[in-house]
Design a protein around this ligand. Structure first.
Ligand SMILES: [Zn+2]
Ligand SMILES: [Zn+2]
Ligand SMILES: [Zn+2]
Length: 801
C-alpha cells in the first residue's frame, strides 16, 4: 500500500470513530456543537498546526540532534514520554567484570583489578564506552575469590547474598578518586572510561554503572563532559547493523545471549539469572521499548525561559483536584526536551527538507510558511504527492552550501503536538470561544499528556496557559477497586449500562462518584443509584401531581399568608439550593447528589410531603392552607428540577415540559437560568433555628409513637394524641404550637401543658372521621354526615360553593 492509500484508510478509520463517539455522547445527553466538531485532520486545523510550528521555529525553539529517545522497534518510531507505559517484564540480569588497563594509583601494588558491573540489557554492552561511579559514595577494593574487585560499600551485603560469595574489604575510598581510570571493554577491542555520575544508585546493582550513550539518557548526559563516543549500531527494527561487526544481523535478544556467552568464555561473567522488573513498554503495541540515539527534532524546554514561564502559569491555573498543581509542577521541573518528530505515516508532516549536496536537514520558516498555505488549500497529503519545488520559496538555496537541490524529509509531527495546537486552531479562531479556555478536562494521566502539550506551545507563543482551570478525574475500576480487564471478566461498558438502565443512570453514576480518585462501578453500585433515581423521580411526580390545579399568577400568596411550616420549608429549600449551587461552582458533583438525595428522602419524603397530605387531600381545594402548601411545593419543584437538571437531564426536561413550561414560555429547562430561583428574602434564619428545635422534638415524639404501635396500643399515628408537658421557659416557646405540632407529628391531637418535662402518647379520644382519618370528638356533629368531623364538614361545604 502506498503512503497516500494508507493515510486515506487511516483518515476513514478516524472519522468512523468520530461518528461512533459522537453518537454515544448525544445519547448521553451531552451538549455540544455536534455538527461542527474540531478535527485535527481538517485542512484548516492542519494549517494552524504548521503555523504553530512556524512560530516556534521563528522563536528558535526547535533543534535537531542525535539523542537517545524511547524507541519502539515494532512500530519503528520514536515515542514521547507520554507514550511510554511501565509494565512488568522478565529480563536478563548479569554481573560482570571490567578489567583495569593499568594499576590504579590509589593502590599501585594490586595489578589485576576489576570493576564489578550489573546490567539488565546485555546487548547494550556492545555500545559500552564507560563505567560510572557516584562521586560521593564510599567504594571499596575487595577480594572476591582470587580476584580484586571495586564496588560500592553499601551494596556489599546484597552482592554477597546474590552472588553467594564473601567479599573481604581491603581498601575504602570515595568514588570521585576513580575518575578517568581506564578499563578494557570485556569483549571488544575498545577502551572504556570510568566517569562520575550523580544518578548512580546504591539501592541495587554494584554502584558501578555501565555507560552506553547511544542507549541511555543518563549515559548520554555524560557525553560532553567526558567526550564519550555515541555508538548506536541498532537499526529502526531493533537489528544490529554492520557497525556492530560480529553482531550484525542479530536482534536484541540474540545479541544479548551472544554477549552473555562471550562474557562466560572470558570468565568475566559472575552471574546470569532472570529478573522481573518494571520496564517501559510502547503504549500502542505493548512491546518493550529500547533507548536508541537517532536524529530527531526537539523543542527546547529551557529556551527563552520557557520552563520557568510554564511553571509560573501552572501556579496561576486552578487545578481540580488541587493535587494536580504539585503533580504538574514536579513533572515540568524535570521534563526533558520534547521530541517532536515521529517516523510514522499518519499525521501532519514536518516540512523539513534535506540538501541533496551536503545532506544538511533544514527546517526553514519560509518553507514552513509556504507549506502551511499548501496544507490549507490541499491538505497535508500534498506533502507526499507534490514535488519539493511546491514548498520552496523562489530562489531558495541551502544555507550551508548554496545548493538548490532538495528532497523532502518524511518525519511527521508527534500527534500530541496536533492536540496541543488546539489553543490556536480552536480557541483563537472560533469567534464563539475565548482564550484562555475556562477549563480543560481529562483523565489524570493527561498531566503528562494533553495538559502539558497544550501548555508548552501556548506559553512559548502567547506567554499564557491556554486554560484558566484544569479538572482531572480518575479511572473506572470495578466494585473492589480492581482495574477492568477482559481476563478478570469485570468489564462494564458504558453502552451496556445505557442499554440496560438508560443514559440517566450512567449520568447519575458519573455525577455521584468522587472523580478525584479512581471511580468504582458494579451492579451493586448501579442498583443503589437506581433507588436514588426512583426517589428523585417519585418526588418530582408527587410534586407535579399536587400542583395540577395551581397557577402561580392566580394562586400566589405573600410570605405572610403562608403557614409557618411552609415558610420554614421555603427558607430551608432556599438554603439547600444555595449549597447545591456552591457545590456545582466547585465541581463537587457527588456532594450535589448527596444533598439532593437527602433533601428528597429525608426533608421531603419523610417529613414535609408526609405531613402535608392532610392539608392537600382533606382541606377545601381553594383554602388558604392548601394554597399555602402548594405555593411552597411549586417553589420546591422548580428548584428541584434545576438542581438535578445538569445530572438527571432527561428527567428534568421531561418534568419541565409537563408543568413548568405552562407559565414559563421557554422551550427548554436549559434555556433557564439558575439565578431566576434565588430569592434571598425566602431565607429566615430565625425560623430555621426554631424549626431545628421542633424537628428534634419530632424525632423524640415519633420514637414514642412507634413504641405504642409496637405494643399495639395504637395502629396508625392518627390514632394517637400527644400530651407535652414543659417547664415554664419551654412551655412559652411551644404553647401556641399545638396545631402545628399536631400536623408535624401526624397525630389527631396535641396538648401542651405546664409542668415537669414529659412526653405522653396515648390513644386519641373521639371517633375516626372517615374523610380525614383523624380521631375527633366532633365526628357526626351534623346528623346527615354521621362519619365526618367538623373540619371536614366545612371543607365539603366550601367545595360546593
Ligand atoms: Zn510499538
Ligand atoms: Zn547543502
Ligand atoms: Zn375529618
Amino acid at each position: 500500500m502506498d503512503i497516500i492509500d494508507f493515510r486515506k484508510k487511516a483518515a476513514q478509520f478516524a472519522l468512523k470513530f468520530v461518528e461512533l463517539q459522537k453518537k454515544d455522547f448525544i445519547r448521553l445527553g451531552c451538549f455540544s456543537d455536534w455538527s461542527h466538531p474540531y478535527l485535527t485532520l481538517d485542512k484548516e486545523y492542519e494549517y494552524w498546526v504548521i503555523k504553530l510550528l512556524e512560530e516556534l521555529v521563528k522563536r528558535g525553539y526547535l533543534y535537531r540532534k542525535m539523542k537517545p529517545v524511547n524507541w519502539c522497534y515494532k512500530c519503528e518510531t520514536a515515542l514521547a514520554e507520554a507514550e511510554v507505559e511501565y509494565q512488568e517484564k522478565e529480563s536478563h540480569s548479569i554481573y560482570l567484570l571490567f578489567k583495569v588497563k593499568q594499576p590504579i594509583p590509589l593502590f599501585p601494588s594490586y595489578k589485576e583489578v576489576y570493576f564489578l558491573v550489573w546490567t539488565t540489557t546485555p546487548w547494550t554492552l556492545i555500545s559500552n564506552v564507560g563505567v560510572a561511579v557516584h562521586p560521593r559514595f564510599s567504594y571499596v577494593l575487595a577480594k572476591l575469590e582470587d580476584k580484586f574487585v571495586i564496588l560500592a560499600k553499601d551494596l556489599i551485603p546484597s552482592l554477597e547474598e546474590t552472588l553467594k560469595v564473601s567479599l573481604k574489604v581491603l581498601k575504602e575510598f570515595e568514588g570521585k578518586e576513580l575518575e578517568y581510570v581506564k578499563l578494557e571493554h570485556p569483549f571488544l577491542d575498545r577502551e572504556s572510561l570510568v566517569v562520575l555520575g550523580g544518578f548512580v544508585s546504591r539501592e541495587e546493582g554494584s554502584g558501578c554503572v555501565h555507560i552506553a550513550p547511544g542507549h541511555g539518557e543518563e549515559d548520554f548526559s555524560l557525553v560532553e563532559t567526558y567526550n564519550l563516543r555515541i555508538i548506536m549500531p541498532v537499526n529502526e527494527k531493533g537489528i544490529f547493523t554492520e557497525e556492530a561487526e560480529e553482531f550484525a544481523g542479530k536482534n536484541i535478544e540474540e545479541a544479548s545471549l551472544e554477549v552473555i556467552e562471550k562474557l562466560r568464555e572470558k570468565k568475566y561473567l559472575l552471574l546470569h539469572h532472570k529478573i522481573v522488573h518494571s520496564y517501559p513498554h510502547c503504549w500502542r503495541c505493548k512491546n518493550p521499548i529500547i533507548f536508541r540515539a537517532t536524529s530527531q527534532w526537539f523543542l527546547k524546554i529551557d529556551h527563552s525561559n520557557l520552563r520557568q514561564g510554564v511553571l509560573k502559569e501552572i501556579e496561576r491555573v486552578k487545578w481540580i483536584p488541587s493535587s494536580g498543581l504539585e503533580r504538574m509542577k514536579a513533572m515540568v521541573e524535570i521534563r526533558p526536551d520534547w521530541c517532536l518528530s515521529r517516523q510514522r505515516l499518519w499525521g501532519v508532516p514536518i516540512p523539513a527538507i534535506k540538501c541533496q549536496n551536503c545532506r544538511e536537514v533544514i527546517l526553514d520558516e519560509k518553507v514552513i510558511e509556504l507549506t502551511s498555505q499548501v496544507f490549507r488549500d490541499k491538505g497535508s497529503d500534498s506533502w507526499f504527492t507534490l514535488e519539493v519545488e511546491n514548498f520552496l520559496p523562489p530562489n531558495f538555496s541551502c544555507p550551508k552550501c548554496k545548493s538548490k537541490e532538495f528532497v523532502k524529509e518524511e518525519d511527521i509531527l508527534d500527534v500530541w503536538f496536533e492536540s496541543g495546537a488546539s489553543f490556536l486552531a480552536v480557541l483563537k479562531t472560533n469567534p464563539d470561544l475565548s482564550f484562555p479556555a475556562d477549563m480543560y478536562l481529562e483523565g489524570s494521566d493527561q498531566h503528562r499528556g494533553w495538559f502539558q502539550v497544550s501548555l508548552i506551545p501556548s506559553q512559548a507563543i502567547v506567554e499564557s496557559a491556554p486554560f484558566k482551570s484544569v479538572l482531572t478525574h480518575g479511572f473506572v475500576v470495578d466494585g473492589e477497586g480492581r482495574k477492568m480487564s477482559k481476563s478478570l471478566g469485570n468489564v462494564i461498558s458504558p453502552q451496556e449500562i445505557i442499554n440496560r438502565y438508560g443514559a440517566e443512570i450512567l449520568r447519575l453514576w458519573v455525577a455521584s462518584s468522587d472523580y478525584s480518585e479512581d471511580v468504582r462501578i458494579s451492579s451493586k453500585i448501579l442498583n443503589q443509584l437506581i433507588d436514588f433515581y426512583r426517589k428523585v423521580r417519585n418526588t418530582i411526580r408527587f410534586l407535579l401531581g399536587n400542583l395540577y390545579d395551581f397557577y402561580p399568577s392566580r394562586d400566589k400568596l405573600s410570605l405572610s399568608q403562608l403557614e409557618e411550616v411552609d415558610r420554614f420549608m421555603l427558607s430551608f429549600t432556599s438554603s439547600v439550593f444555595e449549597e447545591v449551587l456552591a457545590y456545582y461552582e466547585s465541581f463537587a458533583f457527588y456532594k450535589v447528589c448527596q444533598k439532593v438525595y437527602n433533601f428528597c428522602n429525608i426533608s421531603l419524603s419523610s417529613f414535609y410531603l408526609d405531613i402535608l397530605k392532610d392539608r392537600l387531600y382533606t382541606y377545601s381545594p381553594n383554602s388558604r392552607e392548601r394554597k399555602s402548601a402548594q405555593n411552597v411545593l411549586y417553589y420546591i419543584l422548580r428548584v428541584l428540577i434545576k438542581m438535578v437538571a445538569p445530572i438527571l437531564s432527561f428527567t428534568a426536561e421531561e418534568a419541565h415540559q409537563v408543568f413548568l413550561n405552562q407559565e414559563n414560555r421557554q422551550i427548554s429547562i436549559y434555556l433557564h437560568n439558575f439565578n431566576e430561583d434565588i430569592f434571598p428574602h425566602y431565607r429566615d434564619k430565625e425560623l430555621e433555628k426554631k424549626w431545628t428545635k421542633i424537628l428534634s422534638l419530632r424525632d423524640t415524639v415519633l420514637k414514642k409513637i412507634e413504641k405504642q404501635r409496637e405494643s399495639q396500643i395504637i395502629g396508625s399515628s392518627l390514632e394517637a394524641e400527644v400530651i407535652l408537658s414543659f417547664p415554664e421557659k419551654q412551655y412559652s416557646f411551644y404553647k401556641d404550637l399545638d396545631n402545628t405540632l399536631r400536623e408535624v407529628f401526624i397525630v389527631s391531637k396535641v396538648e401542651i401543658v405546664k409542668g415537669e418535662e414529659k412526653i405522653e402518647v396515648r390513644r386519641a379520644k373521639g371517633k375516626k372521621c372517615l374523610r380525614c382519618w383523624n380521631y375527633r370528638e366532633d365526628v357526626g356533629i351534623d346528623d346527615s354526615y354521621p362519619d365526618i368531623c367538623g373540619k371536614c364538614l366545612n371543607a365539603l361545604k366550601e367545595e360546593r360553593l
